[in-house]
Design a protein around this ligand. Sequence first.
Ligand code: PLP
Length: 317
Amino acid sequence: MNPNAPAANPTPAQPWRGIIREFRTILPPIPEEAVVTLLEGNTPLVPAPRLAARIAPGLSLHLKIEGQNPTGSFKDRGMTVAVSRAVAAGAKAVLCASTGNTSASAAAYAARRGLRCVVVIPGGQIALGKLAQAMIYGARVVAVEGNFDHALELVRALSDEGAVCVVNSINPDRIEGQASAAREIVEQLGGPPDTLALPYGGGGNTCAYARGFGEAGAGMPRLLAVETAERAETFASAIRIVEPVHREQAEAAAEVVTVTDGEILDWWRAIARQEGIFCEPASAAGVAGVAQIRPGGRVVCVLTGHGLKDPDAAERL
Ligand SMILES: *Cc1c(COP(=O)(O)O)cnc(C)c1O
């Protein structure tokens, strides 16, 4: 008998209802009429045996494919919660600073509810696919001179005026929504992995995984937050952040692993060529960190965003 054959009478799968409706009991309160969802979440956890064999014999490696969220990154998990809570609070506009994916996600969820969206980006530094998304979803895009940190400073100053809802990860609703990914992994693996590795930009997602595994109550994996040594000028634009906003909490929850852009490039290519999965460059940081540390047992790497976000990065191959 083929052990992979489907059961004769499989229970029909319940349709997925998005992060808020699936995880309502562990999220801040959101009235049903305020829910803004694109049915985000429920992303695949894909075994990566060829990549695992290249890193260490006997390693069990899975990849959490967050690029399969509606706008192509994990940011959608937090954005559905943040935008829904903004609607519940009566906001008419949302505002964020972004290295790209936050703006794409904010613009999409704002569009779905007819809210205005303003995104502040570091001029000339955003991957093409992400900028295209913000524009097509109808966001007002403001480019500032300087880097992401400057853009965030400006957003914080504007938010002090109180007129709009800031949907950066300084908004705690973002972290709550992103914690759902840890829950899914526990369910998909039948328990927490021994080690979970992910890219470390501002550290919000690191905090979210720590929270999600903590709340799941099945044990805390070893968390590897993987940053690039070249934070200020890395080609992995999603983690081109000099001052991580969540540094203190993230570094209390996870071990920081530092890799070079060269290592990120090598593993970015390897993920595509050995497993057929195209992620954006920053997303390869977790795998690069695992290749450096070589932890044993069951390992999950989070691939945070889709490769088509950043077509220009292919020039580096
Ligand atoms: C936002 C983002 C990151 C960084 O996440 P932090 O929460 O800032 O650490 C990594 N990869 C991708 C694709 C992202 O969009």
